[in-house]
Write a protein that binds this ligand. Sequence first.
Ligand code: LLP
Length: 466
Amino acid sequence: MSSAFFPGDLEQPAPNTSLKPITYALDDTNQPLVGGVNLVELARTHGTPLFVLDEATIRAAAKAYTQTLATAYPGASLPLYACKANMNMGLVKLMEQCGMGLDVVSGGELYTAIQAGFPMERVLFNGNNKTAQELELAIHHEIGRISADNFQDLEFIHKIAAAKGKKVDVLLRITPGIECHTHDYIKTGHVDSKFGFDLSQLPVAIERILEEFRETITLKGLHAHIGSQIFEVKPYEDLIEVMMNIYYNIREQYNGLVLEDIDVGGGLGITYTGQDDPPAVPEAVARIAEKLATYAKRLNYPLPRLLMEPGRSMIATAGMTLYSVGSMKDVPGVRKYVAVDGGMGDNIRPALYQAQYSALVANKVGAPVEETVSIVGKYCESGDILIKGLPVPRIENGDVLVVFGTGAYNYSMASNYNRFPRPAVVLVSGGKAHVLVQRETYDTIIQQDLIPAHLRRVNETSATPA
Ligand code: LLP
């Protein structure tokens, strides 16, 4: 990290480069503490599997964004936390306190933000297939920005805004044709993507806004997101050039039209294992901000407000999952399987993206490594493998396993597969654990189920629906 950007103000580099939360420490019995809370005791008091989030780590990540932008970018800026990474009402309140905006991608995320009382002018609504109902909710609550992904979005916004007599501030999401090196499923900025306007469609979109939708839509800027778990800053610098060249051309072609916002999306990577080497958030954000400032100056373009949408780099490192160790299977000469009480229902990422994680046996930190095992879950599926080849001390039933880096896209992608209740989420800070989301129960699992009347008659096996 370049110290020039922080004259003594940011105490530590952003957490996205570290494996563990920033408050991780060991107590006198060698047991891990996070936020001053003993993880082994936490597993006992709150049960497992358990999602744990370290408040200080989240605050440090938010500060890395807000403060770097404020220092390194001479114009206005706003980092928007990408709620898809992990969301609940308590987290929304925390983001509000941290001075973040929010990027929401569904009616459910939007509703959560509304219910938590988040200032709507700091919310951006993204998504490639927003329904009229979702847009109605957004416009009714006077959301700050809607990123229109396609013509349907523009048409719906126009209709809803016209009916309400409102004018909506809109960004146009574009696919900028930038390739970055990450997993295929989490790449989004390349040309063959389901998201955003293709550059060839952009003039039509702008012209329709300026003519047909001129009473209902104000074009505020363009939006792009090039992918996720990105380890290079260069694709963002390229993105700035591509986007600012488009801004320049729009000003030339449309009567001096100046766009006020530029949204470069999210995507900065984090350290899941010792092999990962992402740029620290302050360094990456400063480079992006400087690129924009110098490039806009070169084009003699007024500095746009810089928006970013970090998800993973805001919250992944703050998160851990605690599991209890259960059964084991030793396949001689092949591998030893150690099963925990969760798995692909609380962390689909290894199965979906071959994602790798680091973990520790929390009640045996410092004990000599005795074997290498594969950590598997308890779901009825062979692909339910969380970690392959984890070196561990002698591992036993009842041990507490802590998996690091699970703050992003674990809880938010969790399912009830096999009808397992989803784990609780707790926030640790100042030696206390605060429940953010309660553990689901078997009753949660069945609460939406209905039994049709004709199936309630136990003796009539051949009954057909009336
Ligand atoms: N903005 C947009 C428009 C996005 O599509 C995304 C992520 C973000 C921001 C936040 O990206 P981040 O900073 O978290 O990388 N489920 C996958 C990640 C999918 C990301 C989808 N879009 C995973 O578990 O790795």
